[in-house]
Design a protein around this ligand. Structure first.
Ligand SMILES: C[S@@+](CC[C@H](N)C(=O)[O-])C[C@H]1O[C@@H](n2cnc3c(N)ncnc32)[C@H](O)[C@@H]1O
Length: 377
């Protein structure tokens, strides 16, 4: 390949991306898998100048490989696995508050993608080990490349596993669970996983809907892996605050997961540039039973970093309510109408939470809208 192509980027492929990750030292990061060995066969050579430039940018806090992945792999394909990476400013804002409940000795990112959360956490918690869990070999390889480029090889591992079934070593000191548990529609989830959800929920005395999206699975799996005193912060699509199949997350949050805070980012703030979605950031401390939960609704991303402005809602109040967004101060209708406005093609069906497309089959262009609205068949 010509040097020009490496510089221009527009002609790069997934193999070139894998080659960049390997050139940055991906193979040195613990947890290597066979799938990744297959992925790195006969890769092109990356010019030394390109590798040096990438390393410099990664050390400066950028994620050039993650960005390139999001360009090369189409949104339709990424959406199936929920691979929408979190904007770096949101990662920073979440991490700024993550240490409110202690100093982690281990940081776990379920569904690590390009390891944005792990790299940002590494600077803040310099004593902590870093574990990324990822099912897709290419993001896993990119995560390794980023970790190696940032000089974190000795502190980190990437496991190519399903988060729900991954077994993690128990440790005595606190673990921080942090990340962006993805939204994947229940239609795309295998029956065996739906059975897992129901069985695992009942182990904790809870019931689960088979219509739940994958982020409910991640919340539940976190409870199964966490010890009392561990804490965490997740950003997800916000639909679970109000819909029936979000009940499991609500019950986990006010129950055993020890929910402390919910911050909702309205779609006007465009938390994810390629999706007009409402996002909810939760903070929890496993096993805690706070009298109140702090809540806030933000309309632009600057407000994310501002302190104050939360209001307190009694935990019992949350336990007795079936919908939460009105308690947070965001209007549910607003969540819906913003999404419709962006898509143009949709009209709201009189039945709750259902969209009909004016033209043919509904598109699933937006993981947020998929989360808020059920697809019409
Ligand atoms: C929404 S992205 C978040 C990536 C990264 N944490 C971030 O915030 O930028 C979710 C990631 O989870 C991965 N994933 C999907 N299903 C998974 C599963 N069952 N277990 C672990 N990772 C999974 C996807 O491949 C994707 O990279």
């Amino acid at each position: 390949m010509s040097i020009k192509c490496w510089e221009r980027q527009s002609c790069l492929t997934e193999r070139d991306l894998a080659a960049q990750a390997v050139a940055l030292g991906a193979t040195d990061v613990r947890g290597w898998s066979r799938a990744e060995t297959r992925l790195i066969r006969d890769l092109p050579l990356v010019p030394a100048g390109t590798v040096a430039e990438l390393r410099e940018r990664i050390r400066a806090g950028e994620d050039p490989l993650g960005d390139l992945f999001s360009t090369i792999r189409s949104p339709q394909i990424r959406r199936k696995k929920g691979a929408t990476f979190t904007p770096l400013n949101i990662v920073d804002a979440i991490l700024d508050r993550a240490a409110e409940y202690g100093l982690p000795q281990r940081v776990i990112d379920p569904g690590a993608g390009s390891a944005r959360f792990l790299l940002a956490a590494a600077h803040r918690f310099q004593q902590a080990s870093l574990t990324g869990i990822e099912v897709d070999p290419l993001p896993a390889l990119i995560a390794r490349g980023n970790i190696a480029a940032a000089g974190l090889t000795n502190r980190a591992e990437v496991l190519l596993e399903d988060y729900c079934s991954a077994r993690l070593q128990k440790i005595d000191s606190p673990t921080l669970f942090i990340g962006n548990p993805l939204y994947v529609r229940h239609h795309l989830l295998k029956p065996q996983w739906k059975r897992w959800l129901v069985t695992e929920a009942s182990r904790h005395g809870l019931s689960a809907s088979r219509l739940a999206g994958l982020h409910a699975y991640f919340y539940l799996a976190t409870l199964g892996k966490a010890a009392e005193g561990d804490f965490g912060s997740f950003i997800t699509a916000a639909e679970w605050l109000d819909v029936n199949y979000g009940r499991l997350i609500r019950e986990l949050f006010v129950g055993p997961l020890g929910g402390r805070r919910i911050l909702v980012i309205e779609p006007t703030a465009l938390p994810f540039p390629d999706a007009a979605t409402t996002a909810a950031i939760t903070q929890f401390q496993v096993g805690s039973r706070p009298k109140t939960v702090s809540m806030r609704c933000v309309r632009n991303l600057d407000e994310l970093t501002q302190t104050g402005g939360d209001h307190e809602v009694r935990r019992e109040h949350l336990q007795s309510e079936r919908r939460w967004s009105h308690l947070i101060g965001c209007r549910e209708s607003r969540i819906q109408s913003q999404t419709i406005l962006r898509s143009g093609l949709w009209t709201l069906d009189p039945r709750p939470l259902t969209l009909r497309s004016g033209r043919g089959r509904p598109d699933t262009w937006n993981w947020g809208s998929c989360a808020v609205f059920t697809e019409v068949r």
